[in-house]
Write a protein that binds this ligand. Structure first.
Ligand code: GLA
Length: 366
């Protein structure tokens, strides 16, 4: 039996941070960095990885052979279990996992792994799933593996991505459309070197806080709540200040996503300038109202803006990780060098820059 190759990209979110926790819009692009699995049909699951280190050895339905599954193997197990629950026949895979995605940089290395494993397991068992069905199974797997109630952003972006485009996804209805990215603009990602891990961050507590805020508006669709209503309920003490801040972020961020998507359809100089303003407002909102930025991310955003980025903001789950900057393609590596040298070593792990292009989503390569 010959080996099959599967690929799942990481993602960068242009804007729409944490909105998926309230069914709001997101605007990610799939990256040209990702996870590759080369595997053939087997009785059980046996994947090894030189880069990630270690091995995932499980029964074909995801049951661990030992009492506990650790490291990246827990994502593999969780995906297999979620797919079994959907009725996937218990066919195994044996092969190798490799990855070009930095871990902990906020570029969805775990979602890319989940999606690649999901594609491989579905293919060998001849159990086809629609991309968004697989994305939802992979998202449940993330929760099963690490206990964090994340949104659908990462897994959907990995599956839906299209070269040269961002994906405008309404995470409530799951309706999506592609938004063209100007060919002369590159996506510059700068990893702060401050590693983030969903399970150890304040991500879950933020999610509980925004839910508390939404509960105070139980009768309303989340995205119809207005900033004035949030102020009013906070003044009347019907909404606590923390939940009010989290809601303010989500509501204002939803508007910013739609505005950026609209502006990208006509990337005139004035519209690009406006995108820069909206990105920065988004960064400030994450910093002030969602409280998930870090001094390192703030510093990188400022440096990117000072050194000629068209737009810059933190991206991903916060509490570390990366910023996204939009830059003219022919200036992106110069901008990366300027930002990195001005940032220095910050006392922690050194920052790293990646000049990326929006790429196609996950699939079977051969
Ligand atoms: C993480 C989660 C996503 C999303 C982002 C923030 O990446 O997995 O669902 O909430 O954070 O936008």
């Amino acid at each position: 039996m010959s080996a099959h190759v599967f690929w799942a990209p990481g993602r960068v979110n242009l804007i729409g941070e944490f909105t998926d926790l309230a069914g709001g819009p997101v605007l990610p692009a799939a990256l040209d960095l990702g996870v590759r699995i080369e595997a053939e049909v087997a009785d059980a699951i046996d994947l090894c990885s030189h880069e990630l280190g270690g091995r995932a050895q499980l029964a074909a339905d995801g049951s661990p052979y030992e009492s506990e599954t650790r490291g990246w193997a827990r994502y593999v197990a969780a995906v297999a279990v979620e797919l079994s629950l959907l009725g996937r026949p218990a066919v195994g895979i044996e092969g190798e996992v490799s990855s070009t995605l930095p871990i902990g940089a906020g570029l969805s290395s775990s979602a890319a792994l989940e999606v690649a494993v999901g594609l491989a397991l579905c293919a060998v068992a001849e159990f086809p799933l629609e991309p968004l069905e697989l994305a939802q199974a992979a998202r449940r797997a993330e929760y099963r593996a690490v206990g964090v109630p994340c949104g659908i952003l990462d897994q959907a972006a990995s599956l839906l991505g299209r070269a040269g485009h961002a994906v405008l996804l309404e995470t409530g209805s799951l309706a999506f459309e592609f938004v063209p990215l100007p060919a002369d603009i590159a996506l510059l990602i700068v990893d702060s070197g401050v590693s983030r891990r969903l399970e150890s961050s304040g991500y879950a507590s933020r999610q509980a806080e925004v839910e508390r805020g939404l509960a105070a508006f139980a009768e309303r669709a989340p995205l119809e709540i207005t900033p004035a209503e949030i102020d009013e309920r906070e003044d009347k003490r019907a909404l606590d200040p923390v939940a009010a801040r989290r809601l303010r972020h989500v509501i204002s961020e939803a508007d910013r996503v739609h505005e950026v998507a609209r502006l990208l359809h006509d990337p005139s100089p004035a519209n690009l300038q406006r995108i820069g303003e909206v990105f920065f407002a988004g960064h400030e909102s994450v910093r002030r109202d969602w409280e998930a930025s870090t001094p390192e991310l703030d510093c990188l955003v400022d440096l990117a803006r000072e050194n000629g980025a068209l737009a810059a903001r933190m991206t991903g789950g916060g509490f570390g990780g990366s910023i996204i900057a939009l830059a003219w393609a022919d200036q992106a590596s110069g901008l990366a060098d300027s930002v990195l040298s001005a940032y220095g070593d910050g006392g922690g792990a050194p920052a790293k820059a990646y000049v990326c292009h929006a790429s196609d989503g996950a699939g079977q390569i051969s």
